[in-house]
Design a protein around this ligand. Structure first.
Ligand code: PGA
Length: 262
């Protein structure tokens, strides 16, 4: 393996994504995004908002011409057909979405998505030209049992199988320890960095050191304006995936300003 660790890398352009989960109305989304566009007009980092399906179109309209990209939180891998209640990659693009979260732990846990299913979703998204934010991470029990690396290796190997190194250019990883999501129990910068380094080493093994070096790896799990700086200063943390703190304009803008100042 040629990959030599984060210290050898150039720092990536930071990519911050807000995950709105099942929150907000269309009117609220429009107001939020119009203000966010103004508040971030001077920023040079990449910003994304993963919004509920119903407001992708309105959100994309409100973000047009800005550096904010709009994405979805899930999709189904078929082109079209009798899949009541599902949404396809081309429908997300049609509505103005440019990226999609795949494999969020809430999808894995509440809706029983496993890594092989997630792999089909990743393949379909990439073939349709959607950028993928692929979420991985261990549960509390796995963390306490010292299984973090085994779990991450398994999730990465299965979720990315059959994806070429070229296709990986459109993949962003999000390491989200499940025990840190929605709990106010952020991973320490050291724990997060160790997991990110391990993910990058595994990507190097699976897809080559160039892919590993260039891949943006976000951290997610109870990120807020106070812990942003100490996380982002870690060499292998290139962005953040933010749930609750992306729901209010004040906290999300503060995080973005902290990232811009780094
Ligand atoms: P949180 O959620 O920031 O509210 O912990 C993160 C996520 O679920 O992506």
């Amino acid at each position: 393996m040629q990959y030599l660790g984060g210290h050898m890398m150039r720092k990536h352009p930071v990519f911050i994504v807000g995950n709105w989960k099942m929150y907000k109305t269309i009117v609220e989304a429009r107001t939020f995004i119009s203000s966010l566009v103004l508040a971030t007009s001077h920023c040079s980092i990449q910003i994304g908002l993963a919004v509920p399906f119903t407001m992708i179109s309105a959100a994309a309209d409100a973000a047009r011409g800005s550096l904010i990209s709009i994405g979805a939180q899930n999709l189904f891998e078929a082109e079209e057909g009798g899949y009541t209640g599902e949404i396809s990659a081309s429908q997300i693009k049609d509505a103005g979405g440019s990226f999609v979260l795949i494999g969020h732990s809430e999808r894995r846990q509440l809706f029983h998505e496993d890594s092989l299913w997630i792999n089909r979703k990743v393949k379909k998204s990439l073939s349709e030209g959607l950028r993928v934010v692929l979420c991985v991470g261990e549960t509390l029990e796995q963390h306490q049992a010292g299984q973090t690396q085994t779990v991450l290796r398994d999730q990465l190997t299965k979720s990315l199988q059959g994806i070429t190194p070229e296709e990986c250019e459109n993949v962003v990883l999000a390491y989200e320890p499940v025990w840190a999501i929605g709990t106010n129990r952020t991973a320490t910068p050291e724990i997060a960095e160790a997991a990110h380094q391990f993910c990058r080493l595994t990507i190097a093994e699976l897809k080559g050191s160039l892919v590993a070096e260039q891949m943006i790896i976000q951290y997610g799990g109870s990120v807020n304006a106070e812990n942003t700086a100490e996380l982002l200063v870690q060499p292998d943390i290139n962005g953040l995936l933010i749930g609750r703190a992306s729901l209010t304009l004040e906290s999300f803008t503060k995080i973005i300003q902290t990232c811009t100042a780094q």
